[in-house]
Ligand binder design. Structure first.
Ligand SMILES: Nc1ncnc2c1ncn2[C@@H]1O[C@H](COP(=O)(O)OP(=O)(O)O)[C@@H](O)[C@H]1O
Ligand SMILES: [Mg+2]
Length: 264
């Protein structure tokens, strides 16, 4: 594996998220085999690979959404700032606040824009009226949605365009001040303009949040990721077959599967 780093020479930062020997199976069927990687602060860590390789399954193991899938067995470990998220007694709700997630299709609740932004945050701590107003504004600003929404805070979120809904989901995630944001093909349902808005946000947000992005779109990976890991099926289960900085993987792929995937 390549060792290019975004840190200055000689500076090795501790990983924010570290996956160690992760294996996932559904009943007896192996889905992911011996997956290990480290995600460092300020990095957009991209996961690419063919459909069905296990990228979404892997992402769901990083905030234990995998717990909610019946029949899924996860072994190995994932550490957030050095602490196992799978340790006995780990607080899964606190974990999901620290490791937020954005899905392929925006999932808005049938409530107002404002209530959507506050949905997770008000479950974590009591919020006064002024706290609520400040948080709604800051989260919508961070998601580049404030100007469009400041006069529509009581509008039903379901009436927004899909692109606006996806930025609203991002605002809801940002309102709980996550350390890591997982994104599973967040622009695949969006038009080019909304895709551009999300890509601009990813680049801006990485200064304060660590991002793991699953993308099907190689041009998008080139535009926004710093590091790329390729998940491909080998011997019936997804494995990371190549992992290096984005330019190295896209410019000079080493594995046959990655070369085939990139040229498809
Ligand atoms: N709960 C499950 N039970 C059985 N098989 C599953 C389950 N979830 C995913 N799979 C299978 O695991 C493989 C990886 O799926 P997924 O993680 O969605 O891939 P990707 O996101 O790379 O397209 C696929 O073959 C899928 O059918
Ligand atoms: Mg997927």
């Amino acid at each position: 594996m390549s060792d290019c780093s975004i840190s200055p020479p000689g500076v090795v930062t501790a990983p924010v998220l570290e996956v160690r020997g992760l294996n996932v199976r559904a009943g007896a069927k192996p889905l992911l085999r011996d997956v290990s990687f480290a995600v460092r602060a300020g990095q957009v860590f991209g996961l690419i690979g063919p459909s069905g390789a296990g990228k979404s399954t892997l992402l769901r193991c990083l905030n234990r959404l995998s717990d909610l899938i019946p029949g899924l067995h996860v072994s190995g470990d994932v550490a957030l700032h050095g602490t196992s998220i799978y340790a006995a007694g780990a607080d899964v709700n606190a974990l999901r606040a620290k490791v937020g997630m954005l899905f392929q299709q925006p999932v808005v609740f049938p409530a107002s824009v404002e209530d959507n932004v506050l949905f997770g945050a008000q479950r974590l701590r009591p919020l006064s009226r002024s706290d609520r107003a400040a948080l709604v504004e800051s989260a919508l600003r961070e998601a580049a949605l404030w100007d469009e929404m400041k006069d529509r805070l009581r509008t039903a979120a379901t009436l927004l365009s899909v692109g606006q809904q996806q930025r609203l989901c991002l605002a809801r995630t940002l309102a709980v001040q996550p350390q890591v944001i997982l994104m599973d093909e967040p622009t695949s349902a969006l038009d080019p303009k909304s895709t551009q808005a999300i890509e601009d946000l990813i680049v801006r947000l990485k200064a304060r949040h660590t991002i793991v992005l699953v993308t099907h779109n190689v041009a998008q990976a080139r535009r926004v990721t710093d590091w790329l890991a390729c998940v491909c099926v080998r011997n019936g289960a997804g494995e990371i077959v190549e992992s290096a900085c984005c330019d190295a993987v896209l410019g000079n792929p080493q594995c046959r599967e990655v070369i085939e995937y990139l040229s498809a």
